[in-house]
Write a protein that binds this ligand. Structure first.
Ligand SMILES: [Zn+2]
Length: 317
């Protein structure tokens, strides 16, 4: 096994003329889908459903106003089920000039599913986006950022330009969809520190850490991230969920953040599709992801569990 490393932490990328780094503001319009995927019975919980529907009903219109005031374009990752439930909301996003991208059909759990099942989710999501707003997405973000080893091939089969679900970079790069396959996908990596879920999400028994952080603290934290990306010439990608960050004080903090990031000298604020297109045109290297083989440890054929490490004598017995 020889795992390939990038030549430097920011990867070899140059930005459009006059720009030193890039930033993209993205919104995952999960709405009810992520709770239903987690537990189909959650549709019976009226209050929980309203917590989720706040996103497309209340928050998206507010966020669109903010984006218009700030004169930037953003990327909205929309599950197919959200598009079927709220086609008018998706059309408003498109009509305002923003990018709409793919985010599964029902925000399905992706771990361990086979390629055929994943292809069905992907196609159903594509059909829903096309029907709701005539969208043919260039980009994909896996539900819960859970890409599978076979996912990139499915994306290439369907003509996708980019994915944004992996966590091994500070800047976009190209990667081969499979060993021996000449096709590649652009990856725009994400970071849990730049997701509003960890900062604000809370619903009893459903989400979050139980701590709803102050937007002042979050604004400071995300500003530091943007400044660091600017300094090293990489790509700041913020992931917000309208039902979380579209609420009043959080939306105000987000608008302040957009103002700050826009005002950073040399920062290119763009949609994910624009950043992916630039990457495809200018980056020559194509990275390869290698799947790690589980080492036989401590004995050939043994199941690798923490208890085996802590208690080797018990394991032997
Ligand atoms: Zn999501």
């Amino acid at each position: 096994m020889n795992l390939e490393a990038f030549p430097d932490s920011a990867h070899p990328i140059t930005w459009p003329e006059g720009k030193r780094a890039a930033a993209s503001f993205t919104f995952d319009v999960d709405a009810e889908s992520c709770t239903i995927a987690h537990d189909p019975k959650s549709t019976g919980r009226m209050s929980l459903m309203t917590h989720q529907s706040y996103g497309p009903k209340v928050a998206v219109p507010r966020l669109l106003q903010i984006l218009r005031r700030q004169d930037i374009r953003a990327t909205f990752f929309v599950p197919g089920f959200t598009a079927e439930c709220y086609p008018d909301t998706v059309r408003r996003i498109v009509d305002a000039g923003h990018e709409v991208a793919h985010h599964g059909y029902l925000h399905e759990p992706m771990q361990g599913i086979d390629a055929d099942t994943e292809a069905r989710y992907m196609d159903r999501g594509l059909e829903a986006l096309a029907k709701a707003a005539g969208v043919q997405p260039a980009g994909y973000r896996a539900p819960w950022w859970e890409l599978n080893w076979h996912s990139a091939g499915l994306l290439a089969d369907r003509g996708f330009l980019y994915d944004s679900s992996l966590l091994d970079g500070d800047a976009p790069y190209r990667f081969s969809v499979a060993p021996g396959d000449s096709r590649d996908i652009v990856e725009i990596p994400v970071d849990w520190a730049l997701d509003d879920w960890e900062q604000y999400a809370f619903y009893p028994g459903v989400t979050g850490s139980g701590v709803i952080e102050s937007p002042a603290k979050v604004l400071e934290m995300w500003t530091l991230e943007a400044e660091a990306h600017l300094a090293q010439g990489s790509c700041f990608v913020l992931t917000n969920h309208p039902f979380i960050s579209g609420r009043p004080s959080k939306a105000v903090a987000l608008e302040r953040l957009i103002e700050r990031v826009k005002g950073m000298d040399g920062m290119w604020v763009a949609t994910m599709e624009e950043i992916a297109g630039h990457t495809r045109r200018t980056v020559r290297e194509v990275h390869t992801h290698a799947r790690i083989d589980v080492p036989a440890f401590p004995d050939t054929g043994a199941r690798f569990t923490p208890s085996l490490i802590r208690e080797p004598s018990a394991a032997a017995g």
